[in-house]
Design a protein around this ligand. Structure first.
Ligand SMILES: C[S@@+](CC[C@H](N)C(=O)[O-])C[C@H]1O[C@@H](n2cnc3c(N)ncnc32)[C@H](O)[C@@H]1O
Length: 312
């Protein structure tokens, strides 16, 4: 008779270790939650992990909640998590419920003063980082216009520590949130100011001094915001989306005003909406202020970031 080695014990299945309330809420979310197409990380499980941690007293972003141990909740916290799941299913945004959001490897606080940073905007962040890494400036200056909660400005400051970074926004509440985020990630050297587009930097101290200007402007037409996008965009500030009658009002002003902030050879980098890339590239190519235009497509091949170099 041949001796067989006893099989090693199976790892305990999740069903044995995870509280039954977690399993039942997960089933509810899996059956009913529509994962937002522009926030694809918010799967049913990630959503529940965040809400579970919040009910247990820990506000965590998805990247953190997915690592957290799912422990038992006391009876009060069990009621809290069930209420949170209901609120999410009633349309409230997960990042606003939890007050945390991931962006380019950093965790930020978020509230309704600012748009929830989208994964797609990381393309603009990566493009700006490439530009910073190839810059010959010892301390390149970066201005992030329309900064919202400060996500791009702070991610660039963290990943390119040699850069000096400012952010600005028309909304004073967004600027307050961005400034709080600078403290939250312990980067008080990143300065946030309020004002209309390039206006906060229209002084001798700044004009012609920036190596890079980044911007994720509002670029949705008012008609879309009042029509097909009304429901999906109702929780975030309209100011963050509204690009005027054709969606390009702020982009047009950006192309006109940002070059004044740039050094000769400096780069303007900005995100555009679906379908806006090629017409705006053509507009940049006709503008004698710029000598090199770059286009950066997303994984579907759609141009979502444009880069324009100020002529030397
Ligand atoms: C699409 S959100 C971008 C937020 C953030 N930078 C991001 O990528 O997630 C656009 C931001 O532009 C701001 N904004 C709108 N009009 C503006 C203007 N005229 N000048 C400066 N900021 C403006 C809004 O308050 C909002 O925070």
């Amino acid at each position: 008779m041949t001796q067989t080695t006893a099989p090693s014990p199976l790892p305990l299945s999740e069903a044995d270790t995870v509280p039954s309330l977690y399993r039942s809420l997960l089933a509810v979310l899996e059956n009913t939650l529509t994962v937002p197409s522009d926030r694809p990380d918010e799967t049913p499980r990630a959503t529940l992990n965040c809400l579970w941690a919040l009910a247990a007293g820990q506000p965590l972003a998805i990247s953190q909640a997915n690592q957290a141990v799912i422990g038992e909740l006391d009876p009060t916290a069990q009621e809290v998590v069930q209420t949170l799941v209901k609120r999410r299913l009633n349309g409230e945004l997960l990042p606003y419920l939890v007050g945390r959001q991931d962006f380019m490897g950093i965790v930020l606080t978020i509230n309704t003063a600012a748009l929830v940073p989208r994964r797609e905007t990381e393309l603009l962040g990566r493009t700006a980082l490439d530009c910073l890494r190839t810059s010959t400036a010892v301390e390149p200056w970066v201005a992030d216009l329309c900064t919202g909660c400060g996500n791009l400005a702070l991610a660039l400051a963290v990943q390119a520590p040699h850069a000096k970074v400012w952010g600005s926004d028309l909304s004073e509440d967004a600027v307050a949130l961005a400034a709080a985020n600078a403290q939250f990630i312990n980067r008080p050297d990143v300065t946030f100011v309020s004002g209309d587009l390039a206006a906060p930097f229209e002084s001798d101290a700044f004009l012609g001094k920036f190596d890079i200007v980044t911007c994720n402007p509002p670029y949705i037409s008012a008609a879309k915001l009042d029509g097909p996008y009304k429901e999906s965009h109702r929780h975030e500030p309209r100011l963050a989306f509204d690009g005027g009658p054709y969606g390009i009002k702020i982009i047009q002003r950006l192309i006109q005003d940002a070059p004044r902030l740039l050094k000769p050879g400096g780069w303007l980098l900005f995100e555009v909406g679906l379908g806006q890339g090629e017409p705006i590239r053509q507009r940049l190519a006709r503008n004698p202020v710029f000598d090199v235009i770059g286009t950066h497509p997303d994984s579907n091949g759609d141009i979502r970031v444009l880069a324009a170099r100020r002529k030397s």
